[in-house]
Design a protein around this ligand. Sequence first.
Ligand code: VOV
Length: 248
Amino acid sequence: MSEAVHTLEGWFVLHDFRTIDWTAWKALSETDRQAAIEELKHFIQACKQVEDNKEGAFAIYTIVGQKADVLFVQMRPTLQEVGEVETAFNKLRFAECTIPAYSYVSVVELSNYLNKEGKDPYQDPYVRGRLYPTLPKTEHICFYPMDKKREGADNWYMLSMEQRREMMRSHGLIGRKYAGQVTQIISGSVGLDDWEWGVTLFADDPIVFKKLVYEMRFDEASARFGDFGSFFVGNRLPDDQLEDFLSI
Ligand code: VOV
């Protein structure tokens, strides 16, 4: 049997994609719509407070294309807290005018393919910053789930630790070329959701998503072993644009 890589886990993550039921939203009276916006603003403020207190992380993006209209990314220390914030959102008046489009449950993950053994990684400030991140406030987000293949000769899980380590080293070298242009958060979802990882990328230039993902397609870890789900891409929704976005 091949050796399983040791993983470090950080915050649990919910990617909560909603489609706005514009017909229901338009049917509300102006007063009810304004009250719903105020309530939503309160909810967003509470999520930001959690982030400021370093007790979780939060981001809100509008999604381009018909798969969804808006994405709430919620990170919390426990699965229970992630469930609670999802329920809190569902109780908002605004949520009554949304339709669940897609969701993804995972936990921020780092593997030790490239780590030195020895010190307790959970005490390393760099590792902690990766496991318990403050989400970058970039203009754009890209999310997709992925698997590593288990098909005939292309079975990631039958490779030796050394073979996998070498491929992850090559993968990391490509990624490093994009340092400063893109931030990646890899969250593991084996046993939690339908795919094995969620890939969340943050960048100010969406073309960087295309270039990075394309370049990685030629790298063995992705070319031979990557299987990908649906891609979602979106634009940051700053507080001062929320009203505009929801205005009728
Ligand atoms: C944006 C840059 C970037 C950089 C620097 C980077 C580096 C690294 C390193 C060093 C490591 C290994 C240690 C760790 O940190 O876990 C990883 C790990 C991982 N990655 Fe990555 N990755 C990037 C980016 C990046 C992208 C764009 C993708 C999607 C792949 C694609 O084809 O669409 C991805 C996937 C993953 C996955 C699924 C894992 C876990 C694999 C496993 O078997 O455990 N990743 N990744």
